[in-house]
Design a protein around this ligand. Structure first.
Ligand code: ATP
Ligand code: MG
Length: 581
């Protein structure tokens, strides 16, 4: 079927939408691919739906190719399975919860581990049934705190989620590898530049985990990679290499100093360097940052102190990832007022521990290291406070920012940072969900064997935006051929009947040859048609216009901008060759 611009349900916009900040959002709205319904909730118009469906089809083909079987769950789900795993509560405010007319609790599925585990339990019972991999391509709901960038972070979005069920760890590792390979094929096919990075497993729980990030300045994820090795990780997953512990014996005794007007690290270091005969840097100070945390479902906030070298800031995303599923918030004035032992700018480990505040430190704060830190009264600091002698933290936490130039955790090279958009996530869940539902297979020996699971997601609707983010220019979208809404955009550029007839004829021949054609058969000016063709971003544009008097038409490559005249009589074959590559 030829898509005719004269009847296509499409109105392109010349102006960027007021709420759009990133290029994909601006262009997908302007080119009439999506329309906003509410924050983070979008409708798909014909061209957008085509791209979405093409991506879905690629994902489906690659999932089928590794032997995963497609099923489909409802998005509207009862509470009980999510209660069994505690996710009804743990998922927190991101979960859309609702009631039916009888007062029963329901939710809109944010991810479906529970349902898949229960379904497998319902159908399978013997070791002979395993392994199995199931998937769906389905609408997910998350009441994201900050829906962003159009369909990049929606509150309703399309995800491919799959789940593997194996009898043992080796089986799980093999299912994981199959998915990893399938994801590489998927993201290669949709034409993205991406990296695979070590990840944390988030609210799903579990161990081995990697993310696929599309490289993009506008991405919300920061990842680092080593200058020397293959190490790459989401900053949230970077494990700080801890220096070896030092002996305690023979270290100088801690000493409190009067340090007037030194509420910041900088003022403190300057004061010490001016008033002692030692040389201090910010990295010699121990900064104690106070936050409060709240466990899901609990009404109460709890104080938490994070101790880290004074030359580093707390990275809230890393802190949140470390504390998940607990909520984290900064302290307000009222919290300080309620806890007068917290002397702002001069907080030290002693008051924290005397008052029962949980105290976690950066992994660099190891036993035997000496620190300059707050002495819990205004204008006073303590020097040579020794970890393991003068204070004992309750544990360590990954909360400090990761910086370019930091040593790579694998000991080879230093780290460089870049940003990306998370397009896929694979991880080995292990037995968390199988335990919750007693998902067992009867083994060969007649004993029940607990199943181990993997969980794997692709952001299908997000991919549309991620591709647009990487593939556009100042005038419009530039789709990679595999996902483009059409193969060829034929522009009838002229009023003459002969031009129109020839354009129609070429479009019909292409269509008959299985080439997807958008035909601009409108009565608007060629300039408007060219601008729309550039905005819409079909990879090949055929201009049928005045050149016909010389027997030629023009073929334009949307990406390179290259233009070539070809004989009108050869145009169809030429385009078929271009499209088939
Ligand atoms: P993010 O960190 O971006 O919120 P996530 O860790 O919550 O992602 P998963 O739960 O692993 O993501 O979901 C699998 C995939 O679904 C992600 O890799 C991402 O591509 C996509 N995805 C997640 N949340 C959204 C959203 N709000 N809008 C669109 N796609 C999303
Ligand atoms: Mg999320």
């Amino acid at each position: 079927m030829i898509t005719r611009m004269s009847t296509l349900f499409l109105r392109t916009l010349r102006e960027d939408p007021a709420d759009a900040e990133v290029p994909s959002h601006k262009l997908l709205v302007r080119a009439g691919y999506v329309r906003r319904i509410a924050p983070g909730i979008y409708s798909w118009l014909p061209l957008g739906l085509r791209v979405l469906r093409k991506i879905e089809e690629i994902v489906r083909e690659e999932m089928n190719a590794i032997g995963a079987q497609e099923i489909h769950f409802p998005a509207l789900l009862p509470k009980e399975p999510y209660d069994a795993t505690n996710r009804w509560t743990e998922y927190g405010p991101n979960l859309f919860r609702l009631k039916d007319r009888k007062g029963g609790d329901y939710l809109l599925g944010p991810t479906h581990e529970e349902l898949f585990a229960l379904t497998v339990k319902g159908e399978y019972s013997s070791y002979k049934d395993y392994p199995v991999m199931l998937y769906q391509i389905q609408t997910k709901y998350r009441d994201e705190e900050r829906p962003r960038a159009g369909i990049l972070r929606g509150r309703e979005f399309v995800m491919k989620d799959s789940y593997s069920f194996d009898l043992d760890d080796e089986g799980l590792a093999a299912s994981y590898q199959l998915h990893r390979d399938a994801y590489i094929r998927i993201f290669d096919r949709v034409g993205l530049r991406y990296v695979i990075v070590a990840a944390t497993s988030g609210a799903m729980g579990g161990s081995a985990s990697e993310e696929f990030l599309a490289e993009s300045e506008t991405g919300e994820d920061t990842f680092v990679r080593s200058t020397e090795s293959g190490f790459a990780a989401n900053v949230e997953a970077v494990v700080t290499p801890a220096p070896p512990a030092e002996p305690i014996e023979g270290k100088a005794a801690a000493e409190v100093h009067h340090t007037p007007n030194t509420p910041t690290i900088e003022t403190l270091v300057d004061f010490l360097n001016a008033n002692t005969d030692r040389k201090f840097t910010a990295a010699d100070t121990l900064k104690n940052v106070l936050v409060k945390t709240r466990q899901p479902g609990s009404p109460d906030w709890e104080l938490l102190a994070v101790g880290l070298p004074g030359d580093r800031e707390v990275d809230m995303k890393r802190l949140e990832a470390s504390l998940e599923p607990a909520e984290v918030a900064l302290l307000e004035e009222a919290d300080f007022a309620a806890n007068p032992f917290l002397v702002k700018g001069y907080i030290g480990p002693k008051a924290l521990q005397d008052n029962g505040v949980r105290y976690l430190v950066d992994p660099r704060v190891v036993s035997g290291t000496a620190w300059v830190t707050g002495a819990d009264k205004g204008d006073h600091h303590v020097v040579d406070l020794l970890c393991g002698r003068d204070f004992t933290p309750d544990g360590t936490i990954e909360a400090a920012e990761v910086r370019e130039g930091d040593p790579s955790p694998d000991g080879r090279g230093t780290l460089v940072a870049a940003r990306g958009i998370e397009i896929g996530h694979i991880f080995q869940l292990g037995r968390k969900y199988a335990d919750a539902f007693s998902l067992d297979a009867l083994g060969q020996d007649g004993k029940p064997k607990r199943i181990t699971m993997g969980s794997y997601g692709v952001g299908v609707s997000r991919l549309v935006a991620a591709i647009a983010e990487q593939s556009h220019d100042e005038v419009g979208l530039v789709w990679p051929r595999e996902v483009a809404p059409a193969d060829v955009h034929v522009v009838i550029a002229g009023k003459d009947e002969s031009i129109r007839e020839r354009g129609e004829a070429i479009a019909a021949e292409l269509d008959a040859a299985g080439v997807q054609v958008v035909l601009d058969d409108r009565t608007v000016s060629p300039g408007v048609k060219f601008a729309d063709s550039e905005l819409i971003g079909v990879p090949t544009v055929l201009v049928v216009g005045k050149g016909l008097t010389r027997g030629v038409v023009e073929v334009r490559d949307r990406r390179s901008g290259d233009r070539a005249e070809v004989e009108a009589d050869n145009a169809v074959q030429h385009l078929i060759d271009v499209v088939r590559g």
